[in-house]
Design a protein around this ligand. Structure first.
Ligand SMILES: NC(=O)c1ccc[n+]([C@@H]2O[C@H](COP(=O)([O-])OP(=O)(O)OC[C@H]3O[C@@H](n4cnc5c(N)ncnc54)[C@H](OP(=O)(O)O)[C@@H]3O)[C@@H](O)[C@H]2O)c1
Length: 440
């Protein structure tokens, strides 16, 4: 995957590598060999390349700068990845989202010693609303030891908090890029809590993390807690435009947020449980790190007062959150809505495979967002904001909604990994791999 950053790439296969279009654009013969050397301009998966053509005598000739082309590329073959905690609520979502992923191929899966040695279809009680993908049915579950995963570059972790800390560290030390959903490493000063549309520049911490821990290739990137992710994404347009001094958030969180099998039915049917262990402090601390500024080798937390009240409700997937905000610059509800409507679609601009059309959308339905109606917006990757109105205590109040196991967990990790691939941060073992290049 180093085309954009270190290597040059010979475009030799006209159809698959887009040479035909390149030749057409440069007005040279179709079967001329082209040598494309990436220059320093890299914009996500688009890379501006200097094209030279190689004459019959093997000498190359630099074309004028006006003939530079924008090319897009994708890793070929795909990165080999593993899913740890593959049987759980988040793990299953990984298995679902990674089916036919253009950049990532699941070649290994891991879970506890209770499941290890069994085929996935035997060990897993599949709870997703799509069929269990064929690719994983007969895959054997491994124990979560790095030595058992020599064949992967990237590890997606849906491990429970009880075990995630040590296991994820062991895999990163063994050279894997680890994308974690657990709380264990989130607040480590050298580990980013990454949400690309909010704080993509925090991946700058990875270099420091590698230096500090003596890891040459591996690293850990975490997701926020699922309710924090929805809140930070939903509020980002408002933070950027008006600044936020203080906020009070009350959540109504889905059952799947508690993992599988989660709460006993006797506890949650016909009920609201006004307690989720550890959730309120997580929302209050992680949001400040996410909204913080990367300065040199650390994140300086944002200076916002945050008060969270978290409730478990009788909903399957998706967290709904009522938020009241005190803004730094006063704004009307219309101005707040305008900031959401005009929030740039950051992940889409990077052309990441999982990026939704919009990272955040505003709904003007008077009674939305609602879990049943809004959980599939942007395939679960988009946060929906609605009911923006004046608050008689603070300045503005609103309701936001995000899918807890997609954007708030597995999907968030997948898009984080896509961002890291697009920035050339992840080493790929299959160095000899070809790069599919196509003219954009
Ligand atoms: N659910 C959400 O919406 C959500 C959102 C954001 C973050 N998270 C976080 O994501 C992580 C996973 O959550 P979840 O809801 O998917 O939990 P879960 O349904 O309870 O799944 C836990 C997974 O961890 C595995 N595991 C347990 N003990 C293990 C051990 N000793 N060694 C190796 N694997 C072990 C389990 O495998 P077995 O089946 O073999 O026991 C299972 O695959 C947690 O850290 C959670 O806080 C969850």
């Amino acid at each position: 995957m180093s085309l954009a950053f270190t290597n040059s790439c010979t475009l030799t296969r006209p159809r698959s590598f887009g040479q035909k279009e390149a030749c057409k654009k440069l007005n040279i013969s179709n079967n001329t060999s082209l040598l494309a050397t990436p220059n320093s301009f890299v914009n996500g998966m688009r890379v501006c390349v200097d094209i030279r053509w190689i004459g019959t005598a093997g000498r190359s000739k630099q074309l004028p700068s006006s003939s530079k082309l924008q090319m897009s590329f994708s890793p070929n073959p795909r990165y080999k990845v593993a899913v740890l905690g593959c049987t759980g609520s988040v793990g299953q979502r990984f298995i679902q989202l990674l089916e036919d992923h253009p950049w990532f191929e699941v070649v290994a899966i891991g879970a506890s010693s209770r499941s290890a040695g069994q085929k996935y279809s035997q060990a897993c009680r599949w709870k997703q609303s799509t069929p269990l993908p064929n690719y994983v049915k007969n895959m054997e579950i491994r124990e979560c030891k790095a030595s058992q995963f020599p064949d992967v570059d990237i590890v997606f972790s849906g491990l429970s908090n009880e075990v995630a800390g040590d296991i994820e560290e062991e895999f990163a030390a063994a050279g894997k890029a680890v994308f974690s959903n657990a709380k264990n490493h989130r607040m480590d000063p050298d580990v980013p809590i990454l949400i690309p549309a909010v704080n993509a520049n925090h991946i700058g911490l990875i270099d420091y993390q590698r230096q500090r821990r003596g890891w040459d290739k591996g690293f850990i990137v975490t997701n926020a807690n699922c309710s924090t992710t929805a809140m930070c994404l939903g509020l980002k347009p408002i933070l950027d435009r008006f600044g936020i001094e203080a906020l009070i958030v009350t959540t109504m969180q889905a059952i799947s947020g508690a993992g599988y099998p989660g709460l006993p039915s006797m506890d949650i049917i016909d009920n609201v449980v006004p307690f989720i262990g550890g959730e309120e402090p997580k929302m209050e601390s992680e949001s400040l790190k996410i909204f913080g500024q990367l300065e040199m080798e650390k994140i300086v937390p944002a200076s916002i007062q945050v008060s969270a009240m978290c409730n478990r409700v009788h909903v399957l997937d998706g967290h709904t959150e009522c938020v009241s905000l005190k803004l730094k610059t006063r704004a009307t509800p219309d101005e707040v809505i305008h900031s959401i409507d005009h929030f740039p679609s950051f992940t889409r601009s990077l052309k990441l495979p999982s990026s939704p059309e919009r990272d955040v959308v505003y709904t003007d339905w008077i009674d939305r967002p609602q879990p049943r109606l809004d959980r599939h917006t942007g395939n679960g990757f988009t946060v929906t904001v609605g009911r923006v109105r004046e608050c008689s205590v603070l300045d503005i109040k609103l309701v936001l909604f995000g899918h807890n196991t997609v954007v708030g967990a597995a999907g968030g990790s997948v898009i984080n990994a896509e961002l890291c691939v697009s920035k050339g941060i992840i080493a790929q073992k299959a160095k000899e791999s070809a790069y599919a290049v196509s003219h954009k």
